[in-house]
Design a protein around this ligand. Structure first.
Ligand code: ZN
Length: 180
């Protein structure tokens, strides 16, 4: 089984809106297997196709009840509020407490092309919302409030000093001006 490199913040592929999947092919099935291997070895509980450089609307997940694949997912309804500490394989080592809807109704298609529907709550719901964001080019740093944003900037600048990633792009991703 193949493994994919996980793209990290600053990579433009993470900012592109992914396209609908029109046909479920052998290649697509293989991609999901590779994505699941990549996710488990990270380790993580969800991985969206853009995170491995594929601009397609699909993600894999396993929040503790076995592996799943959701193709062309759509959130139909959201309800409640829940604060939960959220991280992302594309923003390694960092996490933030974020407020999001507690429950979502999500629909999509599985690998057999069968329509599926979930009434998800708490962790499962959070996971689905997070992966949905990836399909729209949204990263979790986009959800930070002003204070979190300021803190994150400091932290990311620290990371920038130690490993030297393209800091200006990170700063752009955080919505900060060059003079901050
Ligand atoms: Zn993520």
């Amino acid at each position: 089984m193949g493994m994919n490199a996980i793209r990290v913040i600053g990579d433009p592929v993470l900012r592109v809106k992914a396209t609908e999947i029109t046909e479920i092919t052998e290649n697509l099935a293989r991609l999901t297997q590779d994505m699941l291997s990549t996710m488990y070895s990270a380790p993580g509980i969800g991985l969206a196709a853009p995170q491995v450089g594929v601009q397609k609307r699909l993600f894999v997940y396993d929040w503790g009840s076995g592996p799943g694949v959701l193709i062309n997912p759509e959130i139909k309804d959201a309800d409640g509020e829940w604060v939960f500490e959220e991280g992302c394989l594309s923003i390694p080592g960092l996490s933030w407490e974020l407020l999001r809807p507690k429950q979502v109704h999500i629909v999509g298609v599985d690998l057999e092309g069968k329509e599926v529907s979930f009434e998800a709550d708490e962790l499962e719901s959070r996971l689905f919302q997070h992966e949905m964001d990836h399909l729209d080019g949204v990263l979790l740093v986009d959800h930070l409030d002003e204070d979190q944003r300021r803190e994150a900037n400091k932290t990311l600048m620290g990371i920038g000093d130690s490993i030297g990633p393209p800091l200006p792009i990170v700063r752009e991703n955080l919505g900060l001006s060059q003079s901050d």
